[in-house]
Design a protein around this ligand. Structure first.
Ligand code: SF4
Length: 380
């Protein structure tokens, strides 16, 4: 089996952002944090026994996500990584990423992170460089914090930086596109090598959902979201970014490896409340109830075995979202019937101009990328 990626979920946030459907809890105390560290270590030992026969396993990439990982002190991570080294071999890590919010990224925090942990890549949840957007989104930082966070990260020695941005924020026809353009221009001005751009989406149960239902927020019309996506593509082209996945853009050599491995259908192990894992064809996920997880990391664990067909669908769907596209070599795992079905549909989509073959891989051309989900669904 390929070396797995390791994901650690940190489910703590100061408060809930408008659009957020991720699992996180807004209130926590120091005692609970220490319990959480112990639970993560306990879960790690259990999983390694269950899936890898108890051997100390080499890990390809490490990703700390949330929630808001930067809400916890560096000492938490220094001690967590030391403990995890008993069960994982970190000697050949290709990437160690850490999600952070701007308001936590003071110079001292970043220097400690650099000196006492293996973290070398930081993904900063900026979302927008406009204070007004940040207020609407219920974020805890302002634009000044975002700029300071990038500057501090550089001073602390982090060159591999990414920021998250959200488009499709509706401020009215005149302002929306101009405002998005300005957000993109900050990426260029700051010389960032990587950024992620997500369209604002309406998820049930979020504060945004409630506001829209109450008529207190209006989602941007589809045409506006499209305009902003095309603006993103044009910016990427002009500034030398590879739009290597529908929501991710990187300068050469700065693609996020951990996430790219998800899209290539490689194995990963997730630790923490609500974390998902994928090993062999088995997918399993932890309870989202923090008290249950703290008491027993196996409590309420969900599990499913993907059929060959489900596995094929997921691979094709995620691979078509990437610039790399579907790799014939990775299709060889599937039955001759599924490979033949792919070949037939691929030929059809090539004729329709929805697919191109580049370096032996099948990908969706730039002009059709906004239609990715629809094109991918033709394969199922
Ligand atoms: S900081 Fe991130 S995880 Fe926490 S509420 Fe906001 S979007 Fe969700």
């Amino acid at each position: 089996m390929e070396k797995p990626g390791l994901y650690i979920h940190v489910p703590f946030c100061r408060r809930k952002c408008l659009y957020c459907a991720f699992f996180s809890v807004a209130a926590f105390d120091a005692g609970r944090v220490e319990d959480y560290r112990r639970a993560l270590c306990h879960e790690a030992r259990n999983q390694v026994v269950r899936y890898f026969g108890g051997e100390r396993i080499p890990v390809a990439t490490l990703y700390v996500g949330g929630g808001t990982p930067s809400i916890l002190p560096v000492a938490f991570y220094a001690s967590l990584f030391r403990a995890l080294e008993d069960v994982f071999d970190f000697s050949a890590l290709e990437e160690v990423s850490f999600e952070a919010n701007p308001e936590h990224l003071g110079l001292d925090y970043l220097r400690d992170l650099r000196n006492y942990t293996p973290v070398r890549r930081i993904s900063i949840g900026v979302q927008s460089f406009h204070d007004q957007d940040l207020k609407v989104l219920n974020r805890c930082h302002d634009a000044k914090d975002a700029l300071a966070a990038v500057e501090n990260a550089r001073k602390a020695g982090f060159e591999n930086l990414s920021v998250d941005l959200i488009y499709g924020l509706w401020g009215g026809e005149e302002t929306a596109l101009a405002s998005w353009r300005e957000n993109l221009s900050w990426i260029a001005r700051l010389g960032l090598p990587h950024f992620s751009a997500y369209a604002l989406s309406l998820e049930p149960g979020t504060l945004l959902w409630r506001k829209v239902e109450q008529g207190r927020y209006r989602m941007a019309p589809d045409e506006e979201v499209e305009r902003e996506f095309f603006c993103l593509q044009e910016f990427a082209h002009r500034q030398g970014f590879e739009h290597y996945e529908i929501s991710n853009l990187a300068k050469p050599g700065f693609e996020a490896l951990h996430n790219s491995n998800y899209w290539r259908d490689l194995p990963y192990l997730g630790l923490g409340a609500s974390a998902h894992s994928y090993i062999g064809r088995e997918r399993f996920w932890n309870t989202s109830r923090l008290p249950d997880y703290l008491q027993d990391t196996e409590a309420g664990k969900g599990r499913e075995f993907l059929s060959e067909e489900d596995n094929y669908h997921e691979y094709v769907m995620t691979a078509l979202r990437t610039l790399r596209g579907v790799e014939p070599e990775r299709l060889e795992r599937f039955s001759p019937a599924l490979q033949a079905a792919f070949g037939r549909q691929a030929a059809l989509e090539c004729n329709r101009g929805n697919l191109v073959i580049e370096n032996g891989m099948y990908r969706i051309p730039d002009s059709k990328r906004l239609l990715t989900d629809g094109i991918a669904s033709e394969f199922f």
